[in-house]
Ligand binder design. Structure first.
Ligand code: AMP
Length: 525
């Protein structure tokens, strides 16, 4: 039956046009681009526009340039630059050429970057000019080239050296199982782990979201998220590309710019902080949302209060969804149907979700550990086969690390995280990573890091420290200064409290729940 289908005249004709046998996600995107390639793909606030025709040309040029420079399928291309349209073209060029794109948070410090270079062994790094010498001196046998890209996306050696390259490139053939991206996630044991995401993961998840969110070519996405994270890079950009639609591309969230642009948009995606900041702005009202179809929230829990306040002020019901780096999106509240505050909705098409107890027995009620399975689930952690095996059940479900409840009507509510992860402004912070650095500060004997409710950030990274016997406590400012040398600033505790001893249970484990209770009002004062 399958054979017969493959050879039907219609399928052969489509296969010729878009080579549907090639599972490279770029090929899937391209098959859905608007027929009129002069249609706008990206518009920036200063009015610069980039068409789909430009996208095809620029990605071909960059893919050809990097291929000519010796980069081959499967090689990693690490990118640490500010958000610009050119970075999107670079990302798409890497997909097109079968390279593995490795986006790096712009806040990472040199110490963190050294680890990523050593671990991921990229063939190419694209960075800001200021970081060029650092990367060129990084200890790496794999690194062939370091190119620069300026904040405006228009200058730097990547653009300048590739300018005369022909914009001719045939999209490299990929299987669904071929790696497309490695995204590092903070690790519970201290070191970030590289999540290996395939062309098939990205395509299946993107198409499921197109269906669930009823994406249309006429949609205009207001994009203000960073593009080194799954939310801004995959969820936001892929929906635009698969819809053949347009996005208003804002460098970073600022409520005034958002309010100015909202009337030109139909969809906005944001972390909960976007929504609280819009509500804090007196100029935000229903009128600026007059053309909006959908406000989507994710990456961290949306408070019921924010959900209700937003509805009152804008007339729109925020659609909350849930996912993670390793899985892409798993669940979403419906476009047509009830969007329930405090829930992350229903499993997406093709995604199976279940909750289990500590012995992996499936629960039909109550809170349990959430597990998911589907074509969206990643291939594993880079160079960590044992860790990967630990995170999957015998029957192929991925252990998300989130605790959840499933209602009778199959709506899922995330009630907490089993690994004490902190989500601050939409970014994940694993306490262990911060504790390891804090414990190295002179005068600090031990530490515990935890999250506390914070109006703006959702949660604020907070630390308690015990001072080394006979030493005076280093000042909070000094510790923070030192931590900033080692850690991206969003990971650095907002407050550090000196205590006599850490509260521990009989098994010697620090009781973070007690710490969270004790200091729950710290940021409300
Ligand atoms: P990341 O890999 O950075 O996308 O973070 C994934 C984690 O963010 C998940 O495991 C959840 O703990 C959390 N998360 C994402 N979306 C939501 C949501 N809508 N509600 C609650 N937690 C969420």
């Amino acid at each position: 039956m399958k054979e017969a289908n493959l050879h039907s005249p219609l399928i052969t004709c489509q296969a010729k046009k878009h080579n549907i046998m090639n599972k490279n996600i770029f090929n899937v995107f391209e098959s859905r681009f608007p027929e009129n390639r002069e249609a706008c793909f990206i518009e920036t606030p200063n009015g610069t526009t980039y068409s789909y025709a430009h996208l095809e040309k620029e990605t071909a040029r960059l893919a050809r340039f990097l291929t000519d420079a010796g980069v081959v399928k499967g090689d990693r291309v690490a990118v640490q630059v500010e958000k610009s349209a050119e970075v999107i073209f670079l990302y798409l060029a890497c997909l097109r050429a079968g390279f593995v794109y490795l986006p790096l948070n712009t806040a990472y410090t040199e110490s963190e970057l050294n680890y990523f270079i050593e671990n991921a062994e990229p063939a190419v790094v694209v960075c800001k000019a200021q970081a060029q010498t650092f990367f060129e001196n990084a200890k790496s046998d794999s690194l062939l080239h370091v190119f620069t890209l300026a904040n405006d996306g228009e200058t730097g050696t990547l653009v300048e050296n590739s300018r005369s390259t022909d914009a001719e490139f045939e999209t490299v053939s990929c299987d669904t199982d071929d790696l497309a991206v490695i995204l590092y996630t903070s690790g519970t044991t201290g070191r970030p782990k590289g999540a290996m995401i395939t062309h098939g993961n990205l395509a299946s998840n993107g198409l499921a979201l197109q269906e669930a969110w009823e994406w249309k070519q006429e949609d205009v996405l207001l994009h203000a998220l960073p593009i080194f994270h799954i939310h801004g890079l995959f969820i936001a950009c892929h929906n635009v590309l698969l819809g053949g639609s347009k996005m208003l591309f804002v460098e970073k969230f600022d409520s005034k710019t958002m309010i100015e642009l909202l009337p030109k948009a139909t969809v906005m995606m944001g972390v909960p902080t976007f929504y609280t900041r819009l509500l804090d702005d007196a100029d935000f009202n229903a009128d600026v949302c007059r053309n909006m179809r959908l406000f989507i929230s994710g990456s961290a829990p949306l408070l019921e209060q924010t959900f209700n306040d937003f509805k009152k002020r804008s007339g729109h019901t925020i659609l909350e969804r849930y996912g993670m780096t390793e899985t892409g999106m798993n669940t979403s509240n419906p476009v047509n149907g009830e969007r329930l505050a405090g829930t992350v909705g229903l499993p997406l098409p093709g995604v199976a979700a279940r909750i289990v107890d500590a012995d992996n027995n499936i629960l039909t009620e109550g809170v349990g550990a959430l597990q998911v399975k589907g074509p969206n689930v990643f291939k594993g952690y880079w160079k960590l086969p044992e860790k990967t095996a630990e995170e999957f059940t015998a029957d192929g479900y991925f252990k998300t690390g989130d605790m959840a409840e499933i209602s009778d009507s199959c709506y899922i509510s995330i009630v907490g995280r089993d690994k004490d992860m902190i989500i601050t402004g939409g970014y994940n912070v694993y306490p262990k990573e911060i504790e390891l650095v804090l414990d190295e500060v002179t005068g600090v004997k031990e530490s515990a890091v935890f999250g506390l409710p914070h109006k703006d950030f959702g949660e604020a990274v907070t630390a308690v420290i015990v001072v080394e016997n006979g030493q005076t406590a280093p000042s909070e400012a000094d510790i923070i200064k030192q931590l900033k040398l080692e850690l991206a600033s969003y990971k650095v505790p907002k407050k550090i409290i000196v205590v006599d001893a850490l509260v521990r249970n009989t098994m010697g484990k620090v009781q973070k729940n007690v710490l969270r209770e004790t200091y729950s009002e710290l940021y409300n004062q």
